[in-house]
Write a protein that binds this ligand. Structure first.
Ligand code: SF4
Ligand code: SF4
Length: 319
């Protein structure tokens, strides 16, 4: 496909990121992911298609509006539950969305004056993304930053990803790819020449546990990271620290030994403490978030795990 007409689907673009690689970065979040992490704080990243979101807090209620009820050609929107207004002085009737009837046509979002209904997932061409890149480039140059393509899982839009990274390298922009590593090696091989740094997730080293909790086994992920290290890639290993899943002393000893084997390819290990900030986003998709009865780890706990990995000779950061 011609680069001019090639599009990638994104659910968010964030400028001035400082935790997704070196310097100030433009982080581009591509839509769609084959993994189902129970702690996912961006559930809107999971589906590959553009989909309807609804923020109940913005809805002014059917009594005052109700425009979406008539806008839907599929009868997917009906009268829902009652709730108190934000100011607490009136009762509103909200809507209910039948996701089985909804085909994500977007007509209700167009009709919603409060922007309570909105479509998540926008297609951009390479040129459109590059306009953002050029705008932020002075900040990249001053801080040693660049772009980070994240997700979702960006390796599932390989043609666009390769073309975008190639273009950035031609323009002298540092490139990082944030990935689960769950894809064919041939895709990583394609983007390797244009990727300065891989932010590579290692969620669990035991394949059965990985499959049971996240939905897919991990052999391919572990193989791919070894191949990347052997092929000369630069790696920032990312470990989400999830209580009762991968946070034990035993698991961290396994992490230490495995990452050390990757050798000099590993620049740094980044520990990402579990948090609950994304919980509200599940409601916007009319989905119940997975119930994970976990308390975010304390600073002291994170420091202990950091120290444990440092004993393997690794550089470790916490964010
Ligand atoms: S996106 Fe389309 S089908 Fe879905 S609820 Fe809105 S109007 Fe109906
Ligand atoms: S159109 Fe928007 S604000 Fe109006 S009732 Fe529907 S969701 Fe609420």
């Amino acid at each position: 496909m011609q680069e001019k007409t090639l599009t990638g689907k994104f659910y968010d673009i964030q400028g001035f990121s400082v935790h997704d690689g070196p310097g100030i970065r433009l982080t581009l979040f591509m839509k769609g992911c084959p993994l189902r992490c129970p702690w996912c704080h961006s559930p809107e990243s999971q589906a590959f298609q553009t989909e309807l979101n609804w923020m109940s807090i913005k809805c002014v209620g059917i009594e005052k509006c109700g425009k979406c009820l008539n806008a839907c050609p599929n009868g997917a929107i009906s009268v829902g539950r009652k709730k108190q207004s934000v100011t607490g002085d009136e009762e509103l009737t909200l809507i209910d969305i039948d996701r089985d009837k909804c085909d994500n046509c977007g007509k209700c979002a167009e009709a919603c004056p409060a922007k309570a209904l909105y479509m998540c997932g926008t297609d951009y061409t390479i040129d459109e993304i590059m306009q953002r890149v050029y705008r932020d480039k002075p900040f990249f140059d001053r801080s040693g930053g660049g772009i980070t393509v994240s997700g979702g899982e960006c390796l599932y839009q390989p043609d666009f990803l390769e073309a975008l990274l190639k273009r950035c390298k031609e323009e002298g922009v540092h490139t990082a790819v944030d990935t689960t590593g769950y894809a064919d090696w041939s895709i990583l091989e394609r983007i390797l020449p244009y990727t300065d740094l891989f932010l590579y997730d290692l969620k669990h080293l035991d394949s059965e546990m990985h499959r049971r909790v996240i939905g897919v086994p991990n052999e391919r992920i572990l193989e791919n990271v070894k191949k990347l290290a052997a092929a000369g890639a630069r790696l920032q290993i990312r470990i989400p620290v999830i209580p009762l899943f991968n946070d034990s002393v035993e698991e961290f000893d396994k992490y230490g030994a495995f990452i050390k084997e990757l050798g000099d390819a590993v620049e740094v290990v980044q520990l990402l403490p579990y948090h609950t900030l994304g919980t509200v986003k599940w409601e916007r998709l009319s989905r119940k978030g997975p119930i994970l009865e976990a308390t975010p780890p304390s600073d002291a706990f994170m420091q202990e795990r950091k120290k444990q990995l440092e004993e393997y000779g690794l550089k470790v950061i916490i964010h």
